[in-house]
Ligand binder design. Sequence first.
Ligand code: FAD
Length: 456
Amino acid sequence: GNGRHDLASGSPDLLRSGRQDGTVTSSILWFRRDLRLGDHPALLAAGDEGPVLPVFVLDEALWAASGRPRQAFLLRSLRALDADLRRHGPGLVIRRGLPEEVLPELADEVAAAAVHVTADFAPYGAARDERVARALGDVPLVRTGSPYAVAPGRLSTGAGQPYKVYTPFSKAWVDHGWRAPAASDPAAVDWVGAPVDELPEEPELVGVMLPEAGETAALARWDEFKGTPYDDVRDRPDLDETSRLSTYLRWGAIHPRTLLADLDARHPHERTFRKELAWREFHAHVLHHWPDSARDYYKPELKGLPYVTGRELDERLGAWADGRTGYPIVDAGMRQLLGEGWMHNRVRMIVASFLVKDLHVEWTHGARHFMRHLVDGDLASNQHNWQWVAGCGTDAAPYFRIFNPTTQGERFDPDSTYVRRWLPELGTDDYPAPIVDHAEQRAATLEAYQHLRGQR
Ligand code: FAD
């Protein structure tokens, strides 16, 4: 199609915002972190208005800030989305550049009546969308749906304040409930096309295994996972039986409501997995209300703790990032991050605690490294989990709770299956001695904390 169709049953909106010459203009569906076609409220909204032009804008700023695994996974996700769209129309329109320049150009090119999106609540996305909305002028940016079961900002305490603690938030979240999945049907949409920019080359990945990208893979992963006795296995990196849906949720290859609807129907008594999804929503809620917490201490009281700087910082951060600390569970986790763009949750907590409380490196450095390498890297979940471990986040993660990397390994990887999987040199001369003594560092950390408290 060419984006212009006879007006048969155009909505009043289209008449108002479209051309006056008796043709229906298409609207644009701008994909961002919602790379799927099912359970897609914005797709439903766009399709209801007439022909739809599906577009993804490769934002050069975000692209440059991403590590190779993230770049590769995004490209594969876009190819999967394109293949899914081609079963119903001309496929995904890729444009490269700044969204606030590309979208007004494209809207002009196809005389679009509106640009439809899934609302983005993260600081970068929200600011970008404001810029785009302004640049679009008379063409409305229509936000429908969110990447969450309950959109950030929706829930507040009885006193009208945003929740600051997880447990009451999660109760309110369950009480609020969620809508049924959106009945978006790509076969029912009149898809139109436009000229496409080339995607960048996929970066070369050496020794990196990524999950298969795309909506079909996400749904298959969910099918395979559901019914797993999650409670029994979730803390065991050696068993590796968590859902691994975080990457798909991050890119919107699947919507959390799809999962919740399925659980409600088939496993109504399952609680723990729902609680984990609620953590994801809680962190998005906190970041929405306190956008500075992406960079800054949520609880500023801990800002004054002493952290290493200069060469010492570089050396310690380097040893940690490469998996050369001499603590097997820490090193295995850091190698898994490099090898899969993903790390088991239990191990994320252990390596984060180790960086902050054993190596005395400020949490922001670790969070940045994670964001660069995690394919599921999500600003809200990442920064707030880091802050939680560092003791400066929401909820009572007491600062003096310091993970012991040795006993954690014994408890959650009892046969050393996990560490041997990632550290082939373990037990040989090539494996380094511990770079610090845990007991000593633990004592130093507690002393610094007491000192800081004494000053207040
Ligand atoms: P499952 O155990 O199968 O859980 C199901 C889903 O629940 C996950 O996919 C995820 O969406 C959600 N979830 C589970 N635990 C958490 C949690 N603690 N916080 C928020 N959501 C949760 N998760 C991210 O999605 N992106 C991140 O960037 C991220 N950074 C983290 C950094 C640190 C330091 C820590 C300790 C945790 C981080 N997490 C992050 C949370 C958690 O580790 C991952 O969501 C989880 O390991 C993903 O694996 P899974 O899909 O198999 O999880």
